[in-house]
Ligand binder design. Structure first.
Ligand code: HMG
Ligand code: MG
Length: 311
């Protein structure tokens, strides 16, 4: 029986590392991307062009995308919060020697489902951020870059509590209408469970909504250990793209206490033998998870990765 393909967006080098307080040398970030590529990862979020005053750890992203191995056909999206970030990226692309695989062909823009989170993360309201991002998306499209969108806090907000799924739907729609090819739904805090995630998805894609699950992705932080369950639930709702982080690295600097994304190893293990195929070699990705956890001096946050280490 043919297995249906699931896309995995590996966000470890960005979401995974952005929250680390110790300085991580660019060479380690480059090696992380290269090891992931070797392990069969197809989409790797490589970093962000955000204000270094806000997220110092991502300041070296230009060095990372310049020096990492780039394979034809793979994608290496980078986060961009505003036109300034896009201009910095476009300058780099313009300086790139001809004939090389481009540093990236895709940006990711981000907003949120609450004003409180949006302000904490990007210093503006949802409405202001959508205006800002409309300009970014238009410019990126003109330059031939694909644009992916994120909506944060789709379940709970660390500042304003439970989130209304109708707002998640409306913000998602706005991102699609401005030209995002896909919108990733972020359970930033990681409190969602199959019931709350299912209800949120029902609102975003159900009823009078004309949003197809094929343009949505699930971005689930694993704070309460529900990441894999939430992905399995989302598969039932027709989603086929999920964000995950090798070794379960990560967290958002503006979501206190939230832990990393669901671990890539755990997602691959959960799908083994199912009717879904996800790219990437589990054993090799688990080795990358062990390696980066050691580099960062933390315990491996992937249950599967830890179990494989013990063998
Ligand atoms: P602001 O302070 O309102 O912006 O921040 P500003 O325009 O006043 O600029 C402040 C300073 O930053 C200025 O420098 C700018 O030049 C500079 P100064 O004049 O003071 O020396 N600056 C920049 N430098 C480099 N690149 C840029 C840039 N923009 C301004 N792009 C801003 C507004 C949006 C810039 C800021 O709030 C910001 O960078 N926020 C990003 C926060 C972030 O990266 N959060 C984590 C990623 S999102 C996430 O993790 C959630 C996600 O995983 C999904 C989920 O889990 O929910 C995606
Ligand atoms: Mg995140």
């Amino acid at each position: 029986q043919a297995r249906e393909c699931v896309r995995i967006v590996e966000v470890g080098p960005r979401d995974g590392l952005q929250n680390e307080s110790a300085v991580i040398p660019p060479a380690v970030k480059v090696e992380l991307v290269n090891r992931l590529t070797e392990a069969g990862t197809e989409i790797i979020e490589a970093g962000s062009f955000v204000s270094p005053k806000w997220v110092p750890q991502m300041a070296g992203t230009a060095e990372v995308i310049k020096h990492m191995q780039r394979r034809e056909g793979l994608h290496y999206p980078v986060l961009v919060p505003n036109l300034k970030g896009l201009e910095i990226l476009l300058d780099l692309l313009a300086q790139q020697p001809k004939g090389e695989v481009p540093y990236t062909d895709e940006i990711a823009i981000f907003t949120a489902a609450t004003d409180a989170f949006c302000k904490a993360n990007t210093n503006c309201t949802i409405k202001e951020s959508l205006e800002r991002l409309t300009a970014v998306t238009a410019r990126a499209a003109k330059e031939g870059l694909r644009v992916r969108g994120y909506v944060s806090v789709v379940i709970d907000c660390p500042y304003s509590g439970k989130v209304d799924p109708v707002i998640v739907r409306d913000v998602t729609k706005a991102l699609l209408e401005m030209g995002c090819y896909e919108v990733s739904l972020g359970d930033t805090v990681g409190t969602g469970n199959p019931t709350t995630v299912g209800k949120m998805l029902e609102t975003v894609i159900g009823g009078s909504s004309d949003i197809s699950p094929s343009v949505l992705a699930g971005h689930y932080h694993d704070t309460f250990g529900m990441g894999v369950s939430n992905i399995l639930t989302s598969l039932d709702y027709g989603l086929r793209t999920f964000d995950s982080s090798v070794g379960g690295l990560g967290g958002c600097p503006y979501s206190p206490g939230a832990t990393g994304n669901v671990a890539t190893e755990d997602v691959l293990y959960a799908l083994q033998g199912s009717r879904f195929h996800a790219p990437g070699d589990l054993a090799k990705i688990a080795e990358v998870g062990s390696w980066i956890s050691k580099q960062l001096n933390r315990t491996n946050a992937s249950r599967v990765g830890k179990a494989l280490e013990a063998r």
